[in-house]
Every structure is written in structure tokens, then in C-alpha cells.
Design a protein around this ligand. Structure first.
Ligand code: CA
Length: 227
């Protein structure tokens, strides 16, 4: 499945109802989510799971969130942290931010707020910081325009990039040549459907030269990308 890779999150919260609500909502919003219920679990999960961001409850049963961050930082883990807390004291904010947090979300929070804050931090901290589309071992970064097949970076012309982007946004769906012409060549071209065939073949040569093939011809209908 092609999906939008919004980032890997670790949710640390000892209250099961809040933890489950956060995990479900963030997954629904497109994040990959792991969870932990204690500071100890959080340390293990952050060290082994390589999350892009940790949502960290301050009041945990075994050690507080600040201590978790102190330990992570001292073992070289630089992951961004957003604290979740019911405590709203100015001192706590200062402590949390000083020891390497990226901000605070005060309970009770709205899920929209959590998603907005997470997205803002990831935009700032993730390499490329943008949306990635993936299909099998092919990935396309929407903002940086970097396309990779496995570890190999593939150089595409602007038109080839637009074509691949359109295919990947519609992974698993058959797109007719007319649809592709309309979407990819839009306003600057009123031409021949043959140009679609040509560009599909350029694209195949560049990104689809190895098995498994991802770009499929659906005879009589058009093209489709899928793993
Ligand atoms: Ca708690």
C-alpha cells in the first residue's frame, strides 16, 4: 500500500484511557504509533524504536517525564519531545524546556491541538520535514522532490516527477491516459496522448528497472502503480 508517512511517534502515558485515545487518534491521522505506560518502558522504546517524536506524560508511576528526557539525552538520544502535563506551573515549563523538550501540551487537551503541535515539531525537526509517499521500495518526498528506489536516489525531470507523484498519490487505482494527460500536463500542453506513453516509459527506465515491477499497464484502460 502506498501511504502518507507522517512520522513515527512514541506515546508515553500511564493512564490507559488517555493513552489509547491518543494512539488511536494519531494512527487515524496517519502516524505510526508505539506506546509505553512507564518511564522505563519509554526509555526502552525510545532507544530501540527510533521514533521521530515522543509525546511524554510528565507524571509517570516510576519516574517523571523530565527524568526520562534527562536519561535519553545523556545516552545520546536526540529525539524531539512534547510533554503532556496537567501541571501548569511556570517552573515546570522552564525545567521541561531546559532539559530538551520541544514544548508542552496541557491536559485536558484537544486531539486537534495534539496533532497540530506534533505536525509543527516534525516539520521543523524531521530531515526533509515533509510528506513522503511510498510504494514498495520506491519513495517520493513531496517537498524536497527526492525520489529513491531502495537506497538509490533517482534523478527525474520535473515532468517525470509530476507523473510519478500523480501515480503514487493514486496507488492501486487505474489511471487512464486521458486522466494522466489532464493532471500532469494540465495547462501547458494540449496534446497527444502519446506523450503519456513516452513518459511512462522514461519513468519505467529510471525507477522501475528492477523486480518487483511497480508500474503496471492495464490493457485498454491505462496505468497503475502498486507494490
Ligand atoms: Ca500520568
Amino acid at each position: 500500500m502506498t501511504r502518507v508517512e507522517r512520522g513515527r511517534l512514541l506515546v508515553v502515558e500511564d493512564e490507559p484511557s488517555i493513552r489509547e485515545l491518543l494512539c488511536a487518534s494519531l494512527r487515524f491521522a496517519g502516524f505510526t504509533v508505539a506506546s509505553a505506560a512507564t518511564g522505563g518502558e519509554a526509555l526502552d522504546a525510545a532507544r530501540t524504536g527510533a521514533p521521530d517524536l515522543v509525546l511524554l506524560d510528565v507524571m509517570l508511576p516510576d519516574r517523571d517525564g523530565f527524568e526520562v528526557v534527562r536519561r535519553l539525552r545523556s545516552s545520546g538520544v536526540r529525539v524531539p519531545v512534547l510533554y503532556l502535563t496537567a501541571r501548569d506551573g511556570a517552573d515546570d515549563r522552564v525545567t521541561g524546556l531546559t532539559i530538551g523538550g520541544d514544548g508542552y501540551i496541557t491536559k485536558p487537551f484537544s486531539l486537534e491541538e495534539v496533532i497540530a503541535r506534533v505536525t509543527a515539531v516534525l516539520r521543523r525537526t524531521r530531515p526533509g520535514g515533509s510528506e513522503q509517499l511510498t510504494c514498495g521500495e520506491l519513495s517520493l518526498d513531496v517537498e524536497s522532490h527526492v525520489v529513491r528506489r531502495g537506497a538509490r536516489v533517482v534523478e527525474l525531470s520535473p515532468t517525470e516527477f509530476r507523473l510519478l507523484h500523480y501515480l503514487m498519490r493514486n496507488s492501486g487505482r487505474v489511471l487512464s491516459k486521458a486522466q494522466i494527460l489532464d493532471q500532469v500536463w494540465a495547462h501547458d500542453f494540449d496534446g497527444d496522448i502519446g506523450v503519456v506513453e513516452s513518459y511512462i516509459s522514461y519513468l519505467r527506465r529510471k525507477v522501475d528497472g528492477t523486480e518487483p515491477r511497480l508500474i503496471h499497464t492495464v490493457r485498454g484502460l491505462g496505468y497503475m502503480i502498486r507494490p
